[in-house]
Design a protein around this ligand. Structure first.
Ligand SMILES: *Cc1c(COP(=O)(O)O)cnc(C)c1O
Length: 235
């Protein structure tokens, strides 16, 4: 894949996002493209940066450190979002590297993040991951528990909870899950909705996504695809 192809691919995804937003009567600028760079070769990441992409999603702390720690210095306007499950023993590293944690999903993690942020003197924006399909193998809080968990995160832990994130079940139409997430966020007065991936980001935009997380449609197939959704080992 050449630089030109990747730049074109980013432009094409942006056009599709903008079209979906306009069709839904939304401002295209209200939707941020999160380029999911996990497991992608270095040259594709460089090509994305060269094409002006600045918001990236990663789902493993160590892999993200290796890829981004030095690049951060060269690109101060970079925004890194953790979109994968986080073990509490990696909370410190995550807080040092990332700008946004999208996968807060249990009290122990909320407390570890709050401690790590206090120690680092950084207050990251956070999202609560919601298991909209209530799948047993999947991370995220159940829809019925979101309100109580939000209260724990915001009031007890002092986290800056900005919104909600979900990964719908692979074998169901995603629209109902996006609608549910949007409804939960509206009830809590939360402005950020991270939903929609390569196969369904236009639907997500229609339902109010503010952040779509696009990997393969943008970068091409990952070298070793992995399931994005499993719980961290400790949970
Ligand atoms: C890998 C991943 C994505 C991107 O998936 P694609 O289908 O490649 O666009 C989005 N969100 C999460 C949480 C992921 O782990």
């Amino acid at each position: 894949m050449t630089t030109i192809t990747l730049a074109e691919s980013i432009a094409a995804i942006r056009l599709r996002i903008a079209a979906a937003a306009r069709a839904a009567g939304r401002d295209p600028a209200a939707v941020t493209l999160v380029a999911v760079s996990k497991v992608q070769p270095e040259e594709r990441v460089e090509a994305a940066l060269a094409a002006g992409q600045r918001v990236f999603g990663e789902n493993r702390v160590q892999e993200a450190q290796a890829r981004w720690a030095e690049r951060r210095a060269a690109h101060p306007d970079l925004q890194l979002r953790l979109i994968g499950p986080l073990q509490t023993n990696k909370a410190k590293d995550a807080v040092r590297l990332f700008d946004v944690i999208e996968t807060v999903d249990r009290p122990k993690l909320a407390r570890s993040l709050a401690e790590a942020m206090a120690a680092a003197g950084r207050r990251l924006d956070c999202l609560i991951q919601v298991n909209t399909g209530e799948e047993p193998q999947k991370a995220g809080v159940a829809p019925s528990e979101v309100e109580a968990f939000h209260r724990l995160c915001a009031e007890e832990c002092g986290l800056s909870i900005r919104g909600l994130m979900c990964i719908p079940p692979v074998d169901e139409p995603p629209a109902l899950h996006f609608a549910l997430l949007a409804d939960l966020a509206a009830r809590l007065g939360l402005p950020v909705l991270s939903m929609g991936m390569s196969d369904d980001f236009e639907t997500a935009v229609r339902y109010g996504a503010t952040h779509v997380r696009v990997g393969t449609a943008l970068f091409g197939l990952r070298v070793s695809p992995e399931r994005p959704t499993d719980r961290p080992a400790e949970a």
